[in-house]
Design a binder for this molecule. Structure first.
Ligand code: GTP
Ligand code: MG
Length: 173
């Protein structure tokens, strides 16, 4: 199952956005390499990883872009969103503020991305249930109102990470 001679049918660019420390880079590490780091450093600039999957008998290469949540480390906005067909809008379910900021991130996304972009709202760190600051219903309501898919994930425990990315990829396709 050599990656080399594989015929790629589609390349899909997906962007990760959300406040610093919500777990964007670790969601990507979990999805792309099945890795997780407790000592994840804040992202500077932009990074990306790819993962090739077969969806409905088509070989799809997901090219997932990850940038800094911190303003001063962020990549050039328009370049970051250019060509994106999917987006993961990530908050930390133990940090209310990161959820409240979703409206801003969504605004930026809608201002720069394609109209038909598939968006998944992701409440990460579900392993920290006892520290929950964002009720599932609040997020569901927001997602419904804004027409977004929604899942709660844990990059640490690998809960719902693959389903979240796969849902976006399948909906694009
Ligand atoms: P920026 O690059 O600054 O925008 O942050 P980020 O959103 O990429 O966050 P990152 O993935 O670096 O994770 C921040 C911290 O949260 C790290 O200490 C991670 O180990 C931790 N973390 C990420 N995902 C989870 C998770 O699902 N559960 C728990 N408990 N911790 C997590
Ligand atoms: Mg990061």
């Amino acid at each position: 199952y050599g990656d080399y001679n594989q015929k790629i049918d589609y390349v899909f660019k997906i962007v990760l956005i959300g406040d610093s420390a919500v777990g964007k880079s670790q969601l990507l590490a979990r999805f792309a390499r099945n890795e997780f780091s407790v000592e994840s450093k804040a992202t500077i600039g932009v990074e990306f990883q790819t993962k090739t999957l077969v969806i409905d008998n088509k070989t799809v290469k997901a090219q997932i872009w990850d940038t800094a949540g911190q303003e001063r480390y962020r990549a050039v906005t328009s370049a970051y969103y250019r060509g994106a067909v999917g987006a993961m809008l990530v908050y930390d379910m133990t940090k209310r503020q990161s959820f409240d900021h979703m409206t801003r991130w969504l605004e930026e996304l809608r201002g720069h991305a394609d109209k038909n972009i598939v968006i998944m709202l992701v409440g990460n760190k579900s392993d920290l249930g006892s520290l929950r600051a964002v009720p599932t219903e609040d997020a569901q309501e927001f997602a419904q109102r804004e027409n977004l898919f929604f899942m709660e994930t844990s990059a640490l425990e690998a809960t719902n990470v693959e389903p979240a990315f796969l849902t976006v990829l399948t909906e694009i396709y």
